[in-house]
Design a protein around this ligand. Structure first.
Ligand SMILES: NC(=O)c1ccc[n+]([C@@H]2O[C@H](COP(=O)([O-])OP(=O)(O)OC[C@H]3O[C@@H](n4cnc5c(N)ncnc54)[C@H](OP(=O)(O)O)[C@@H]3O)[C@@H](O)[C@H]2O)c1
Length: 180
């Protein structure tokens, strides 16, 4: 079975979205990133929180609007929500609970990664002990407010082991294994 990888672009002060879920901040820091280009080929499915699914898009107004990894990836998405829409969305399966979503995404991904998108879903995966790895791409900006990578006031330590460190001018890639 493949692994669960939480992947996000993050400001240096730890936010993956600005206040109110704003994603326009990221537009200035998009660009070629060899590590991400390589990762895209290893991703078999996405597990997505519904706020991410319906949220802002840093590619808005471009031909890659609405496409994962800037249009570089195609495949099945599993969107967690308590409010599945009545109409079908091509390529998207709406799932009502975490365990079912993880199982379905892993089955679809085979031996490839399931990439987790959304802080709330990633947090639940961590709590459930099913999150294997975390990749953050740190953008050279401070946002001051917004959605944190992990928001766990009063939470316990989670130990990580660094897998790799690399970078491009518009981002520093830090990849970790979750030790627990
Ligand atoms: N910087 C980046 O690379 C990056 C990447 C991804 C996302 N983002 C941004 O980060 C923000 C999203 O993170 P978030 O933490 O606010 O939200 P999220 O994790 O994307 O979505 C949370 C929503 O998912 C649904 N959900 C979560 N757990 C569920 C469960 N166990 N069972 C059923 N449904 C469940 C609920 O939707 P319902 O209310 O519909 O039930 C919940 O309100 C957005 O602003 C997004 O644009 C940034």
């Amino acid at each position: 079975m493949g692994k669960l990888l939480y992947s996000a672009a993050m400001s240096l002060d730890g936010f993956i979205a600005g206040a109110g879920g704003d994603m326009s901040w990221l537009t200035a820091y998009l660009g070629p990133n060899p590590l991400v280009d390589e990762l895209v080929g290893d991703v078999g499915a996405l597990l997505v929180g519904n706020r991410t699914f319906g949220g802002g898009d840093p590619y808005k107004g471009t031909e890659n609007e609405g496409k994962a990894f800037g249009g570089g990836w195609e495949g099945p998405s599993f969107v967690l929500t308590h409010h599945a829409p009545d109409r079908a969305v091509p390529g998207v399966t709406f799932v009502g609970d975490l365990a079912a979503g993880v199982a379905a995404a892993k089955a679809a991904a085979g031996d490839k990664y399931v990439t987790v998108l959304g802080a709330g879903v990633a947090h639940q995966c961590l709590d459930a002990g099913v999150l294997d790895e975390v990749l953050v791409i740190i953008s050279p900006v401070l946002l001051g407010d917004g959605v944190r990578l992990f928001d766990q006031p009063g939470g316990a330590d989670v130990r990580l082991e660094r897998i790799s460190l690399s970078g491009v001018p518009h981002g520093t890639n830090l990849w970790f294994r979750v030790l627990g």
